[in-house]
Design a protein around this ligand. Sequence first.
Ligand SMILES: [Fe+2]
Ligand SMILES: [Fe+2]
Length: 164
Amino acid sequence: MISSKIEKAINKQINHEFNTSYTYLAIAAWFASKNLAGFANWMQVQRTEELTHAAKLFDFLVDRGGRVELEAVGKPKGDYGSPKDAIAAALKLEQATTALINKLFDLAAEEKDYATQGCLQWFVDEQVEEEKNVSDILAKLEMAGDSKGTLLMLDHQLAKRGKS
Ligand SMILES: [Fe+2]
Ligand SMILES: [Fe+2]
């Protein structure tokens, strides 16, 4: 069994993962509207990944005898000033996710819920990767400055994600 406190917190995290997925989808749409199909592809792959995070928490909650309660997904921000702006927003989102996972881990430790801590350890490790991936793109955009050629090269590179 799972405590109602943890049940509620995991449900909240499931909602966050869906919101994150929806935000990535909005960012993908923005990149597509700017003819940056590679960036849009990267965001689409990322959107799908966030859905797998939600599914992982969903399954865990069900396995522990908890009740999944889905909440509404909010309207994501759909307009960005520049590619750098959009990627910076993605990084901020990942950093917020990391903070939420850490808080959830604290709660599981407080409640002496070892199974939840085990499940969350996967998310702790995953967030290292998530933040690194977005930070790398942001760093490259910062290096590119105003160079359209470098932006297009990066777009070409990001088009390959999920297609190997
Ligand atoms: Fe996630
Ligand atoms: Fe993520």
